[in-house]
Design a protein around this ligand. Structure first.
Ligand code: S3P
Length: 174
C-alpha cells in the first residue's frame, strides 16, 4: 500500500459513501474523512442549515475550498464526497490531479429512490420535493450527474451487495 493513499468515494446521495468509507478506513487502518462533516464543522452548523441560511452557492464554495485542502494533505485517507461535489466547478480536475483511486458507488434509480424517500429530511436538495415527484427528479438529476460520476477510475455496482462486499471490492483494487 502506498505511503499517501488517497481514496475518494463518489456517488449520488444515499449511495453509501460514508458507510462504506468508514468501514474501509477501519479495515485499511487509515483515516476516514467525510467531506460534508468537514464543511459542517468548519461552519459550525449542519449542511442543511448552511443551505438554508447561507445558500447553495456559499456551500459550493466552501466545498471546493475544503476538498482542495483535504486532497493536499500529505497523509493517507478515505474521503467520501457529497453527492454534488464532483459535478461543480473544477472539483473533478482537483480530484483527478491528486489521486487515481476514485470509486463511483453506483446504484440503480429504484434503490436510490427507496433510500432517499426515507432520508429526505437530511438532504436540502430534496427535502421539499413531494414523494410523487421524487422519481422524476432523481432520474433527471442522475442523468445530468452521471457523466461526472462515470469519470471515476472504477465503477462499483452496489445493488444487492453487502457493505463488506463493497469494501473488499474497493480494497482489492488499491
Ligand atoms: C448534495 C449531497 C449531500 C450534501 C449536500 C448536497 C448533492 O451529500 O453534500 O446536501 O448536491 O448531491 P450526500 O451525498 O452525502 O447526501
Amino acid at each position: 500500500m502506498s505511503k499517501n493513499l488517497k481514496v475518494v468515494l463518489l456517488g449520488y446521495m444515499t449511495s453509501g459513501k460514508s458507510t462504506i468509507g468508514k468501514v474501509l478506513g477501519e479495515q485499511l487502518k487509515i483515516a476516514f474523512v467525510d467531506l460534508d462533516d468537514k464543511i459542517a464543522d468548519a461552519e459550525g452548523m449542519p449542511v442543511s442549515e448552511i443551505f438554508s441560511r447561507k445558500g447553495e452557492l456559499f456551500f459550493r464554495k466552501k466545498e471546493t475550498e475544503i476538498l482542495s485542502r483535504q486532497l493536499n494533505e500529505e497523509s493517507s485517507f478515505i474521503l467520501s464526497l457529497g453527492g454534488g461535489t464532483p459535478c461543480y466547478g473544477k472539483n473533478l480536475e482537483i480530484i483527478h490531479a491528486k489521486t487515481e483511486n476514485t470509486f463511483y458507488l453506483k446504484l440503480n434509480i429504484s434503490s436510490l429512490l427507496e433510500r432517499l424517500t426515507n432520508e429526505k429530511s437530511k438532504r436540502p436538495l430534496v427535502a421539499n420535493i413531494a414523494d410523487d415527484d421524487l422519481p422524476e427528479f432523481i432520474g433527471k438529476h442522475l442523468f445530468e450527474r452521471n457523466q461526472f460520476y462515470a469519470s471515476a477510475k472504477r465503477i462499483i455496482e452496489c445493488d444487492g451487495k453487502s457493505v463488506q462486499w463493497i469494501v473488499d471490492e474497493i480494497a482489492n483494487k488499491l
